[in-house]
Design a protein around this ligand. Structure first.
Ligand code: ATP
Ligand code: MG
Length: 427
């Protein structure tokens, strides 16, 4: 897109301080410092994006981003604790210990928000025509709710795209022509589902309509970026809602093709129950402030296909252990075409899967070995999901529930009982 510097600036709707609830008390003090310093140096500076949206909704923002008319070099000049990042589009990070405030220069034209600006058909973009005015910065953002600017000069909110009204009505609406915006950056389809899930917004009709038919464009997105988006989607506390949104809009089959197929084949719905239970578990953990591991999420999401593949290989006459390993490999290799799941996730994920069979053992030595396995707890949690979703795992679950808390002597007794019972049943 050529720079349209010559275009007339859009006039914003200005919502004065006494007509909106965003208070400086709720703004990260470091972000406030940065805003004031920019303002006092004569720059135009705003708090922008998700933070204003979340504050209007009485939610706690994850990060406080700033947009201003100072160039990254000018920002660096102003702050000793500042680093410049990004190659094509430079951003300033002002660092306060572990807290990092991102300061961007107003940009014009569209980009995908990934920090890697693509080159349009007009040829290479130079630094010069990337930067723009605040109104241009507003309309290159994705959703109206994400394009509100809180001014540190008078504490008003500047709204160029009727985002204030949309936030009030809990509506997620793309800025501009939806098809064009999805074609520019297909990840916006995922962001629509994710933000609607997170905020409890409805996706406005025109914004929702093209998603189903444009879903296949996700094929053109880099697997590395999809890994990041997938983590945000499922590890931020609203995974169940996001999953349902992905299914509803036909996006799941482009993100997790094997999973979508396996779920469609599984008439009983047991596998879907397990996925939803796993995501609900994760959501609950996030709500409690507990840690969540990406590998466990992928173990849940890819389990349906693993089960199908494993059974197929068994039916073909392959031995159990060999079939398990092959099924693991195939599922992972296929999934990596879409999502670049790193080995630090796929390795523990496989361990959790492969331990499921081993949890059927009642042999003393194997039981002890499993109990001290670093992945035991995760494998046990996974077994719990399986027991909740389908009959037939409750005995195993009860055994391991008891086994992991008891002293060695009691464990011996438990095993003796379990083995005697097994013998009686066999005769
Ligand atoms: P979250 O609460 O998950 O952080 P967010 O809206 O703040 O949601 P970020 O990924 O932090 O999302 O992005 C910050 C801002 O950058 C957004 O609010 C939006 O204005 C803009 N943005 C992000 N991604 C895109 C994109 N793909 N296209 C256009 N604008 C984007
Ligand atoms: Mg954000």
């Amino acid at each position: 897109m050529p720079s349209d510097r010559e275009s007339l600036p859009l006039q914003p709707l200005i919502i004065p301080r006494d007509e909106h609830p965003v208070s400086r008390r709720d703004i990260n003090p470091n972000a406030l410092k940065v805003l004031y310093k920019l303002h006092n140096a004569g720059y135009e500076a705003y708090l922008v994006g998700g933070a204003i949206r979340d504050l209007l909704l009485d939610m706690h923002p994850k990060d406080f981003d700033i947009a201003c008319d100072a160039t990254p070099e000018q920002v660096k000049h102003l702050f000793r604790n500042c680093r410049l990042i990004g190659r094509r589009f430079r951003l300033a990070h002002v660092v306060f210990g572990r807290d990092i405030i991102e300061v961007a220069t107003f940009r014009s034209g569209s980009d995908d928000g990934s920090g890697e600006r693509t080159v349009g058909s007009e040829g290479r973009l130079t630094r010069d025509n990337i930067y723009g005015r605040v109104d241009e910065d507003a309309i290159r953002r994705d959703f109206t709710a994400n394009a509100l600017y809180y001014s540190i000069a008078d504490f008003s909110i500047r709204d160029y795209v009727d985002g204030f009204e949309d936030v009030r009505n809990k509506v997620l609406r793309l800025i501009g022509d939806p098809e064009t915006r999805y074609r520019e950056d297909p990840v916006r389809m995922l962001r629509a589902i994710r933000l609607a899930a997170k905020l409890g917004f409805t996706i406005e009709t025109e914004t929702a309509r093209p998603i189903r038919e444009m879903a296949s464009l996700l094929q053109n997105v880099s697997p590395a970026r999809l890994y990041e988006e997938t983590k945000k989607m499922f590890l931020s506390g609203y995974g169940v809602a996001a999953f349902e949104g992905l299914e509803q809009f036909g996006l799941l089959e482009w993100l997790f093709p094997g999973t979508a197929k396996a779920l469609a084949k599984n008439r009983s719905g047991v596998l879907r129950n397990l996925v939803v239970a796993g995501l609900r578990n994760t959501d609950d953990r996030v709500a409690r402030g507990d840690s969540v591991a990406p590998y466990f999420l992928f173990a849940v999401m890819l389990w349906p296909e693993f089960c199908l593949e494993f059974n197929r290989l068994l039916k073909g006459g392959m031995q159990g252990p060999e079939a398990q390993r092959r099924a693991c490999d195939r599922v992972i290799i296929k999934q990596l075409e879409r999502i670049a799941i790193p080995r630090r996730d796929t390795l523990p994920m496989q361990e959790v899967w492969l331990m499921q069979e081993r949890l059927q053992t009642r042999q003393r030595r194997r039981v002890s070995r499993l109990l001290s396995h670093p992945r035991f707890r995760a494998a046990y949690d996974f077994l719990q999901l399986r027991a909740g979703a389908a009959p037939g795992h409750q005995d195993d679950l009860d055994f391991w529930t008891a086994a992991q808390t008891m002293p060695a002597d009691d464990l011996d007794q438990l095993l003796a009982n379990a083995n005697a019972r097994a013998k009686r049943q066999a005769t």
